[in-house]
Design a protein. Structure first.
Length: 224
């Protein structure tokens, strides 16, 4: 009961901050804000900062995130996107990677968007054609500037997400893959295997603080 009460207090405090202007202003501030709050970035801090720099430089106008989880990367994306951005985040309820977010967090996540932005939260399986159809309906013929893959971490799962959604990214756009570092103690997390194959086909950047960290890491593909 005490834990539930604490979670509720933290939720309301965060909701109030985002409602009444308590927003961080810098990339580092955004990342540090996602600590000890119901918004988390499950990433090595330096890696999250590096991703933030790329997003700040590009200010994407149309983005798709596969895997919302605690909402930290979505929070970062909303802050660093174009003021008129269209942002889509897909998450699988009770999924094996991340577990999905409860419906009660939807009002908080909707507070991430800035005035003028569109934020679309889709709670569904990214591998289903119906989900892709919903994404296409939202995009209305436009292509993505940015795609972030942080959903199914199995080799087959991340490959399926890539094959379904990478063609929606425009030339000059960017695709980021989360968890490209080899993961200790989790044999089903094989994004590193897919990354080692796909990176050969693109100009790319690897963001891994330490080769021995055993988790996280980001792989960036630049679409030519």
């Amino acid at each position: 009961m005490a834990k539930l009460l604490l979670k509720g207090v933290r939720y309301l405090k965060c909701y109030g901050e985002l409602t009444f202007g308590g927003r961080p202003k810098t990339i580092e501030g955004i990342i540090d804000y996602c600590v000890d709050r119901p918004i988390l970035i499950t990433q090595v801090r330096s890696e999250a900062v590096a991703l933030g720099r790329l997003l700040e430089e590009r200010a994407p106008a149309r983005s798709l995130e596969i895997g919302t989880n605690y909402g930290g990367t979505l929070f970062l994306l909303c802050h660093l996107s174009s003021p008129q951005a269209k942002i889509i985040s897909v998450d699988l309820p009770s999924g094996p990677f991340g577990g999905g977010y409860p419906r009660r967090k939807i009002p908080l996540f909707r507070k991430f968007r800035k005035a003028g932005q569109q934020l679309h939260l889709i709670r569904a399986d990214s591998h289903q054609q119906e989900t892709k159809d919903r994404v296409l309906q939202i995009l209305k013929g436009e292509l993505l500037d940015y795609l972030f893959l942080d959903g199914d971490h199995t080799y087959e799962g991340v490959r399926r997400d890539f094959e379904m959604y990478a063609p929606l990214v425009r030339k000059g756009g960017m695709i980021a893959l989360h968890d490209i570092a080899a993961h200790d103690g989790r044999a089903d997390c094989r994004v590193d295997r897919f990354w080692s194959e796909i990176k050969r086909e693109y100009r790319h950047q690897e963001i891994i603080e330490s080769a021995s960290q055993g988790w996280a890491g980001l792989g960036i593909l630049f679409v030519a």
